[in-house]
Design a protein around this ligand. Structure first.
Ligand SMILES: Cc1ncc(COP(=O)(O)O)c(C=O)c1O
Length: 300
């Protein structure tokens, strides 16, 4: 039996009218790039993460890269991140001109092992990017403590963890800034590429807005050479509609994970562990097996 990775059509059909109306409003208002739908979603998502500011951008990757730039990271700097993550985390570091320093993960949580971070710190280290992988928060308290001691910035890679919690606090509210992806298959997914950065730092938010919009301060006044990485109105409007259901969807993921735990109990596989400090939102339910197996690719 072929099990699809995700069935986005089922979700669409469960809220077809809301999605169609969201798209139609943007088309009728011709608010395609930036504009009021983006502003509304930014406010809603900042509130959801208990942050002061949110800046919508073109993807999770650009959210990471622009946040690093806004935090002052660039050529000559080193940024520490987890050795086990999606390539976008390191792409974002490399494309600022900084160097990637990989630190191994904890084998139970699959997130960066705080006990191994200090050994990777040098004079050039400027930031740490903990990745809340598969929907579970990294162990943030020791990471924040080390960062404070060495004067490092902390950027959360929350691309896979919308709504996840660490000791009762939402991910995204823990570091200096956090980057989220709204790639369609994510727990909160757009209908194309999209991302956002949340932060409490006004300067960081302003800088991300500046850099994501060609460095534009006002019409024909460009302070820097930036990027074209703005969030578009249709994605923002769809995301506003879907954000209302995120908590409910995450609860259903948690129920499904509990059911998998039961069903897999007697098999020789290691199921995911929800750490005592975390509320996992199971973007992915990843099992470990004791040996390498060859999985035949059946879909083509
Ligand atoms: C851990 C992690 N970081 C960053 C990204 C990048 O997000 P996007 O695909 O929206 O650029 C992803 C998305 O797949 C991810 O899983």
């Amino acid at each position: 039996m072929k099990v699809p990775f995700v069935d986005l059509k089922v979700q669409y059909e469960s809220m077809r009218d809301e999605i169609v109306n969201a798209i139609l409003s943007v088309v009728e208002d011709t608010a395609f790039v930036g504009g009021k739908y983006v502003k509304v979603f930014e406010e809603e998502f900042a509130a959801y993460c208990n942050r002061k500011y949110a800046v919508g951008v073109g993807s999770g990757t650009s959210a990471l890269q622009l946040a690093l730039i806004a935090l002052g990271i660039g050529r000559g700097d080193e940024v520490i991140t987890a050795a086990h993550t999606f390539i976008a985390t390191t792409e974002a570091i490399t494309h600022t001109g900084a160097e990637v320093k990989l630190v191994d993960i904890d084998p139970e949580s699959y997130t960066i092992d705080p006990g191994k971070i200090e050994a990777a710190i040098t004079k050039r280290t400027k930031a740490i990017i903990p990745v809340h992988l598969y929907g579970q928060a990294a162990d943030m308290d020791p990471i924040l403590e080390i960062a404070a001691r060495y004067g490092l910035k902390v950027l959360e890679d929350a691309a896979q963890a919308h709504g996840a919690e660490y000791k009762g606090k939402k991910v995204g509210s823990l570091g200096d800034a956090a980057a989220f992806s709204f790639y369609p298959a994510k727990n909160l997914g757009a209908y194309g590429d999209a991302g956002i950065v949340v932060t409490d730092d006004r300067e960081v938010a302003d800088k991300i807005r500046l850099y994501s919009n060609h460095g534009r301060r006002s019409a024909n006044d460009h302070a820097v050479e930036g990027f074209n990485e703005r969030l578009d109105g249709i994605q923002a409007s769809i995301l506003s509609a879907k954000l209302k259901r995120l908590n409910q969807w995450n609860e259903r993921r948690r129920e499904a994970a509990a059911r998998y735990d039961e069903l897999l109990e007697d098999l020789p596989v290691t199921t995911p562990r929800e750490m005592p400090y975390a509320k996992h939102v199971y973007h992915l339910y990843v099992v470990r097996i004791g040996r390498k197996v060859h999985i035949q690719w059946l879909s083509r």
